[in-house]
Structure formats: C-alpha cells, structure tokens
Write a protein that binds this ligand. Structure first.
Ligand code: BGC
Length: 351
C-alpha cells in the first residue's frame, strides 16, 4: 500500500515513497529529513573557512529509518519516554498499551511514530524555509484511545534556528507527549564521545528514577548533585562518579524540570558548547521539561558515511512533559481532551 499514511508493514513502503526533504538557508545551513518518523537525517553547518560539519547522528537513506532501534532524529510518540505498567486509565477506562517490555511502555510502543510514514510538503514562510509532516494515528493504535492527527512543522530560519512545532487534535480523550529525538554531536556526527561538550541546563530540579528508569515522583533539587548543570560544565566531568542515579541510567538519562506547573511560555532551557569545533547550540521550549540522554545505550550503530556510533556518540535534549505523568497526579497533565488543540514548540539555535 504505497503512499498510505498508516504504514504498518515495513515492506509495504515502496522506496519511491521515501522522498528526502531538504531545507537550506542563505548562510548555507542545510537540514534533511526522512518522511519515516519525520526524522532529521543531517544538519550541516558551514563555518567561515568553508568547512562544513554535520552535527547530528543519522543514516544515509530515508528508508533506513524503518530499521532503526535508537530513535535517531525521529519524532517520538504518541507518548515519549516511559509509562509504568503498560496501561493507562482514562476517564475510568483502562487501555492496554502495546509494549516491547512487559514492565513499562516506552516511546509510543512497539511501532511508535518514529516508524510511521508521514506525508511531507515543503513550505515557504517569511524568513524561513519549512517542511510540514502529517500523520494520523488511528483509534487504539498501540493501544491509545482516539484518532490523533499530528502535524509536525519544521522551519529553518535565516538566524540558524531549527523550529519544531507540533499541532494535534484527537477525537476522544487520550494522552499525548511528543518529542524530537535528535542526537547531537557538535564536533561532528562521527567524531566519537560527547563528554567534552559543555552543557548548561536552566533547571534547578530533576526527576530521580527507579530501577525501571521511571521517575519515582520526587522532584529533587540538582544542587550538590551530579545533575547540577546550572553552570556550564563538561558532560563527562562527573560521569564516572559513584552515584546511584547515574548507575540506574547508565549515565545521564534523566528529565530536568523547567517548570513544575505547565505554562505555554517559551522557556530558555539549555546551552551547549563544543570547545574543539567552536559550535554552540541553544534551546527554548514550551514544554515543562527537557530529558537529557547522553547516548548511554548506543552500541555499534551503522550510521551515515560508514560511521559507527558507539556509547555516548551523541546526546539528546528531548523537550517533553514528565515521563509517567499518567501515573503521577502531581506532574503536569498529559491528558488531551477530545477536540482540544495539542501544541508544543521547541527552538534549537546554532552558531
Ligand atoms: C531514553 C533512553 C533510551 C533512548 C533510546 C531515550 O529517550 O531516555 O532510555 O535508551 O531514548 O531508546
């Protein structure tokens, strides 16, 4: 069923459907996307001497995203991150969620949005080139109630900003928590570990996790812990410390709290600087948290241009609601009411 929006079987997608979408600005910054998972495949930044660096991990062909196990560059949903117990109670009805692990639901299930074929169309807006990807997730897809129509709009501005906007609408009450799962390495996608990157996270609190890497429900201060990135410092600086939370995550794999009561304001969330390449990145989001994942579980990933991505070859700053919110009444709610618009915006800026 080439061209279908619900590409359930990988083999049903014809290679000819897998157009590559490309955005370029006047400074020569170039982003390419796969319609599979609306995934960012490459982000090329030219410097003043004409050298270009690709700062995201990815694959050479759009179709290779169908076989990916690491969510490289993809949109994750319907519910990104973990939900304990593989079920969700909405208005008194319990829905069983499809899961790869019997103990928790992760990143939208067995075949989440990252594996779906989106319909893409290029856009031109004032001061920005864009692409809009749409996907309709059927009622009970991966167990979630309600048909959910999602539009992902990506813009590349002349100020070197990558703007990500999610708009959605469901026809029944459901839960939604989408994110963009780009893995960055500001020294270049094939340059090795990200430990030297200097990270600053504008978060005074983080969410400690349990053995399943699900938040315990406690909102803990970062002060005096290895999670304190309120001042810029290398990702690798305290990584080898004996810390119970680092052991549980295999390193950093934790949500940082930008606000404990959700507001639609765009919040300044993070700044990253790579001293060798001199490339820096800033991050703003309407979401209440940013999940910092330092690529702990990457292993022997056959990437672009023959690159092999190992442990910590890239890091993610996933803007989202808190993990396991459906089971944590004190967390900002991820319930989306029927007919109520879903909206989320994130901006990455590069220099
Ligand atoms: C999660 C990690 C997971 C990775 C790839 C991240 O968003 O936090 O625990 O290993 O995605 O699946």
């Amino acid at each position: 069923m080439p061209g279908s929006e619900s590409a359930a079987s990988y083999d049903a997608i014809a290679a000819s459907d897998l157009y590559l979408f490309e955005l370029v600005n006047k400074r020569g910054v170039k982003l390419t996307f796969s319609p599979v998972g609306a995934a960012l495949m490459s982000l090329l930044l030219p410097d003043s001497e004409g050298k270009t660096t690709d700062i995201v991990l990815g694959y050479d062909e759009p179709g290779l995203y169908l076989r990916d196990d690491y969510y490289l560059g993809a949109v994750v949903g319907r519910y990104a991150n973990r939900i304990t117990g593989n079920q969700v109670n909405i208005n008194g009805t319990v829905y069983a969620l499809r899961s790869k692990d019997e103990r928790y639901h992760h990143h939208g299930g067995v075949e989440g949005f990252n594996k779906k074929l989106f319909k893409g169309r290029l856009l031109q807006e004032a001061g920005a080139a864009g692409v809009e990807f749409t996907y309709t997730s059927a009622h009970l897809e991966e167990g979630y109630p309600g048909e959910f129509r999602l539009t992902v709009k990506y813009l590349l501005t002349e100020d070197n900003e990558w703007v990500i906007e999610f708009n959605g609408l469901a026809d029944r009450d459901t839960i939604v928590n989408t994110t963009q799962h780009a893995y960055f390495n500001l020294a270049g996608h094939a340059s090795g570990g990200v430990e030297q990157h200097q990270l600053q996270l504008f978060a005074n609190h983080y969410l400690p996790v349990n053995q399943l890497q699900v938040p315990t429900g406690v909102i803990a201060p970062v002060a005096g812990t290895v999670f304190d990135f309120t001042r810029s410092r290398p990702i690798g600086e305290l990584l080898e410390q004996r810390d119970e939370q680092l052991v549980l995550g295999g390193g950093y794999d934790h949500s940082f709290v930008l606000e404990s009561r959700h507001t639609p304001a765009l919040k300044y969330a993070a700044r990253v600087y790579q001293p060798v390449s001199g490339i820096s990145m800033e991050l703003w989001t309407t979401e209440p948290s940013v999940h910092f994942y330092a690529g702990n579980f990457l292993e022997n990933v056959q990437g672009k241009q023959g690159a092999v991505y190992g442990r910590r070859a890239g890091f993610c700053l996933e803007t989202q609601h808190f993990p396991d919110s459906p089971n944590q009444p004190a967390f900002p709610s991820t319930l989306l009411r029927a007919g109520q618009p879903y909206y989320s915006k994130t901006v990455f800026k590069f220099s």
